[in-house]
Write a protein that binds this ligand. Structure first.
Ligand code: HEC
Ligand code: HEC
Ligand code: HEC
Ligand code: HEC
Ligand code: HEC
Ligand code: HEC
Ligand code: HEC
Ligand code: HEC
Ligand code: HEC
Ligand code: HEC
Length: 293
């Protein structure tokens, strides 16, 4: 329960040094914690300094000679209360609105399931565990995707889940027609996260291939891993292209739909089945409207 000073009439702050006597284990590690800065600087007011900045005024706790009921104990708080306690200070760098709308918050995942203030073993961000093990702790089904023949090397430690995802929630994307996808973060100037690393796909190109911008990279690629080469969604390239290039629809530059293939494309000839042998600049080109160079 929240034993805030106002509720219990124990409004006094006593400072962090007194805690040492009874919580020496927590105390002796605390100088390494980024939250120690408030003690070191000595410039914050008591409500924002050291132990009591999170655990609240502790005068009543001392009078009671300890005990969980006389102080803010985090395991006793609801995920929402934990979030509010942390965001009191962290809403400058983390967007409250995004956190509230994120599937983590909506499903009751709290800050302290990913962050451990006193027991962290990671050098950065006070995580309960390193990535990707932190994430696999709840998303274990995804480990297999990152073991597929074509994959982003997350299990090998070359990149992290948080290179593409923001576990704290995301802004509405500018790709995929603004549909908010799975906590996928933005890169550079509000672009899809993939562009942050694959800068050669960024454009703008004189001749854009619309799905790259409109539907986004996941239209053709699996983001995590795939049994197909180049993380493609389909084993054979032409089946991917023919999902759209079948003459249907009324969209596109000319309003006549996505162009079907010309007669010259003899699909019985295996040479034509690997479309990107000729349409090599499939992500966009500066010299060929047909992406041939
Ligand atoms: C006189 C000894 C004593 C002092 C001094 C003391 N505590 Fe405690 N504290 C205890 C005892 C005993 C408990 C109950 C431990 C238990 O039940 O496992 C406790 C519990 C706590 C808990 C709850 C732990 C939990 O499991 O959630 C917090 C948080 C806490 N103390 C913080 C502080 C802080 C911050 C200070 C300094 C301002 C402080 N304590 C000073 C004895 C003390
Ligand atoms: C940034 C917020 C924050 C600060 C500052 C902080 N704590 Fe904690 N404390 C927590 C949280 C959250 C937990 C719950 C366990 C966890 O996440 O590590 C906790 C748990 C505890 C516990 C329970 C036992 C344990 O090891 O988990 C004690 C005791 C405790 N804190 C004492 C202190 C003392 C003493 C200080 C100052 C030296 C302090 N805390 C500073 C957030 C904080
Ligand atoms: C009184 C204000 C305050 C509260 C409350 C607070 N923090 Fe912090 N937190 C800070 C400050 C200040 C820093 C240090 C920022 C810096 O290094 O510039 C920090 C740093 C961090 C970091 C970054 C560590 C790193 O390596 O970059 C994490 C993670 C963090 N806090 C999590 C939490 C969590 C979780 C809670 C709630 C249990 C919490 N904080 C509550 C002020 C606070
Ligand atoms: C699902 C797991 C998860 C949850 C829930 C979570 N975080 Fe984080 N947080 C992370 C990871 C992972 C990082 C490190 C990101 C990186 O390395 O880029 C991080 C980084 C941070 C940082 C330091 C870097 C920054 O972006 O400023 C702070 C502060 C922080 N989290 C606070 C919080 C607070 C406060 C909450 C609760 C409102 C929270 N986190 C909830 C996983 C989580
Ligand atoms: C404590 C458990 C827990 C941890 C740890 C955790 N998640 Fe989650 N995550 C959930 C739950 C619960 C949901 C919402 C239900 C669902 O979609 O599975 C979720 C949802 C997501 C989603 C959105 C899924 C969708 O369909 O929209 C993404 C992306 C995600 N998590 C990524 C991560 C990443 C990256 C990490 C590690 C930094 C992480 N999670 C750590 C429990 C967790
Ligand atoms: C290269 C970027 C990238 C990396 C690295 C990445 N993801 Fe994703 N992830 C995505 C994209 C993009 C989507 C959205 C796919 C869609 O909506 O079609 C997604 C979807 C998800 C989803 C929801 C759909 C599903 O497949 O269940 C979860 C959960 C998830 N990722 C978790 C993780 C975790 C956990 C890790 C690390 C082990 C991770 N992701 C690493 C880009 C990435
Ligand atoms: C953090 C940087 C980073 C981000 C973000 C990123 N990638 Fe990658 N990607 C790489 C690296 C590095 C490789 C090289 C493959 C390896 O690791 O062996 C790669 C390889 C690929 C490949 C080629 C795989 C092969 O088998 O040749 C494709 C396709 C790809 N990424 C698509 C994407 C998509 C789609 C996204 C967004 C969902 C994305 N990438 C986000 C770094 C990134
Ligand atoms: C219309 C389908 C389509 C879309 C959309 C698409 N790609 Fe591709 N991509 C392909 C195909 C097909 C290949 C394989 C080309 C080959 O075999 O030479 C490929 C290959 C790649 C490769 C590996 C070879 C290379 O050119 O570096 C990367 C990396 C890549 N794509 C990244 C991306 C990114 C990032 C996006 C989003 C900005 C994206 N792709 C969007 C179809 C697509
Ligand atoms: C999601 C649907 C979609 C997929 C998948 C797709 N395309 Fe396209 N493609 C389009 C649209 C839309 C246009 C633009 C048509 C217009 O401007 O009228 C286009 C244009 C083109 C053009 C230029 C045609 C012209 O006349 O300007 C070529 C060549 C092309 N695509 C080849 C491919 C190949 C090869 C693949 C498979 C790797 C592929 N496309 C996959 C939707 C798609
Ligand atoms: C051997 C090289 C080659 C291969 C392989 C190839 N194309 Fe083409 N494609 C061309 C050339 C050259 C043109 C322009 C002349 C024409 O329309 O025949 C073209 C034109 C197109 C156009 C524009 C048609 C129009 O009327 O505007 C589309 C769409 C297209 N190709 C898609 C594909 C798809 C999808 C595949 C795979 C099934 C593919 N191409 C395989 C060489 C190739």
């Amino acid at each position: 329960m929240i034993a805030s000073g106002a509720e219990t009439g124990k409004a006094g702050y006593v400072g962090s040094t007194v805690c040492r006597a009874c919580h020496s284990d927590v105390w002796s590690r605390f100088y390494k914690n980024p939250h120690f800065k408030s003690i070191a600087s000595g410039k914050e007011d008591p409500a924002n300094t050291g132990c009591e900045s999170c655990h609240g005024p502790a005068e009543g706790h001392l009078k009671a000679h300890g005990g969980k009921a006389s102080i803010i104990s985090f395991p006793a708080l609801s995920p929402k209360e934990v979030g509010a306690a942390c965001l009191r200070c962290h809403s400058e760098t983390l967007s409250r609105a995004n956190i509230h709308a994120s599937p983590h918050t909506l499903n009751g995942v709290s800050c302290t399931q990913c962050h451990s203030v006193h027991g962290s073993t990671t050098p950065k961000a006070l995580l309960t565990k390193r990535e990707p093990d932190l994430c696999y702790g709840c998303h274990s089904n995804l480990r297999a995707e990152f073991s597929m023949p074509s994959k982003h090397r997350v299990n090998e430690g070359f990149m992290a889940c948080s290179d593409c995802h923001n576990p704290h929630g995301t802004f509405a994307p500018t790709w995929r027609m603004g549909r908010r996808p799975s906590l996928v973060d933005q890169a550079l100037a509000n672009e899809e996260t993939c562009i942050g690393c694959h800068t050669d796909k960024r454009g703008p190109f004189a001749f854009e291939h619309p799905p790259v911008r409109v539907e986004g990279c996941e239209m053709c690629h699996m983001p995590h891993g795939s049994t197909n080469s180049r993380l493609l969604r389909r084993p054979v390239v032409f089946t991917l292209c023919l999902e759209c290039h079948n003459g249907a629809g009324t969209f596109g530059r000319t309003g006549t739909g996505v162009p079907a293939l010309s007669q010259a494309h003899n699909m019985a000839n295996p040479r034509y089945q690997n479309c990107t042998n000729c349409h090599v600049r499939i992500h966009g080109s500066n010299s060929s409207p047909l992406f041939l160079r």
